[in-house]
Ligand binder design. Structure first.
Ligand code: ATP
Ligand code: MG
Length: 383
């Protein structure tokens, strides 16, 4: 039985445990807040501290990219960490991420690094409005972002950003990336996996919808082969460059027939949760297979599947699971506004059947908590 230690004890570690247990993998997680090693699905009992967790593990991985650098260094010294600390850090710092994209010639939005007022002015003249500014470190769910649409807002936006930078207490110096706003047709992501020997497998591109900056719905259905091919090439280039091991997600903007990379996540990803019901092997199992150096599982789409995030709600009507092919996944977290509490996977034999099930689901769900679901379901019916 291989023993895996996951850095971070949230829902991603929990779903790794649920997926890894049938493979006889022993999954524990390091809770960065308490400093204790726990079982992700039963976090109340502690199994020692980080040093003990490292000593007891055969393999170490991370469920999030904002792990403290000293923790990463300690894990890396053990020779058990997959992917490398370099890969994890790149996902946590947009400056490193942009450098990686440039070094792999991966198309991305035109950008400029901003630390001072001079940089800010230079960004405006280089990129032209509208511009989106993002904090280099600690960004997630659209947090740490400013949008500049007209020059009247410029002074205010700069003041807010300057205050944000100076108030930052990060170990590495905080900074800002200015990016040209991309007039995208849609947002898609590619989740894929790479094994130590360089074997790669990617899932079909997933279409993503956001509400208030947070992922609300992902759709996996058969995709256009040229887009899939483009995304696959980017995945191969980035993961080969990093000698990456495990699951990585790449978020793209689709503009016409072109994909621009938005950002990468060096881990299992929310836009890959549909794989639990919609793919031959789910992303959590494939991540574990990769880091434990086991053969990768098929990433084939079994049937069209959508994932709906449950955000800020801790109950939904029981009747939703009476709808065929509706699966509920709670994360056992306490309720907080804007918090990802769980998700619902819905599958259909055809996109039409999936759309009908989504529509049936939307009838049970509170429209305030799931704002655009009925509309999304109807948009699929019209395809
Ligand atoms: P998450 O954690 O959900 O991935 P994040 O905080 O890391 O989000 P981004 O993914 O970079 O941040 O941005 C959040 C959303 O803002 C994107 O999904 C997209 O809708 C929008 N956005 C970001 N950058 C751009 C851009 N250059 N042009 C247009 N829209 C953008
Ligand atoms: Mg994102």
């Amino acid at each position: 039985m291989k023993k895996v230690l996951v850095l971070g004890a949230g829902q991603l570690a929990r779903m790794m445990q649920l997926a890894g247990t049938p493979l006889n993998l022993d999954i524990k997680a390091f809770d960065v807040r308490s400093g204790k090693v726990v079982l992700p699905i039963a976090p109340h009992h502690a199994y020692g501290d980080l040093a003990e967790g490292i000593a007891n593990a055969d393999v170490i991985t991370a469920e999030f990219e904002h792990v403290a650098h000293d923790v990463l260094a300690e894990c890396e010294r053990s020779g058990k960490l997959y992917p490398t600390s370099e890969s994890i850090k790149i996902g946590g710092d947009r400056r490193l991420e942009k450098s990686l994209l440039e070094s792999c010639n991966a198309a991305n939005a035109k950008h400029h690094f901003v630390n001072t007022k001079e940089d800010f002015d230079a960004a405006i003249s280089k990129l032209s409005l509208p511009i989106i500014f993002k904090s280099a470190l600690e960004g997630y769910d659209g947090k740490g972002q400013w949008r500049l649409k007209s020059m009247e807002q410029a002074e205010q936006v700069w003041l807010e950003m300057a205050e944000f930078i100076s108030a930052s207490t990060t170990q590495v110096k905080q900074g800002i990336i200015a990016e040209r706003m991309v007039p995208f047709d849609r947002e898609v992501s590619l989740v894929g996996v790479r094994r130590v020997n360089g074997d790669v497998a990617v899932y079909p591109l997933t279409e993503n919808h956001h509400t208030n900056g947070i992922l609300s719905v992902s759709l996996a259905a058969p995709v256009h082969s040229t887009l899939q091919e483009q995304a696959g090439k980017v995945f191969k280039a980035l993961t080969d460059k990093l000698n990456y091991v495990g699951v990585m997600a790449i978020e793209f903007f689709q503009v016409g027939d072109e994909l621009l990379v938005n950002e990468i996540a060096p881990r299992v990803h929310n836009s890959g949760h549909w794989t639990q019901q919609g793919a031959d092997t789910c992303q959590f199992e494939n991540h574990l297979r990769a880091i434990c150096d086991l053969p990768l599982g098929s990433t084939a789409l079994v049937r069209p599947t959508a994932m709906i995030n449950i955000i800020g709600e801790d109950t939904i009507p029981d009747n939703v699971i009476a709808i065929p092919s509706v699966s509920l996944h709670w994360y056992n977290k306490s309720k907080r506004a804007g918090r990802k509490m769980g998700h619902i996977n819905v599958s259909g034999d055809t996109e039409q059947q999936l759309a009908e099930r989504l529509l049936a689901l939307s009838v049970y769900l509170d429209e305030k908590a799931f704002p655009d679901l009925a509309e999304f379901a109807l948009s699929l019916i019209h395809i």
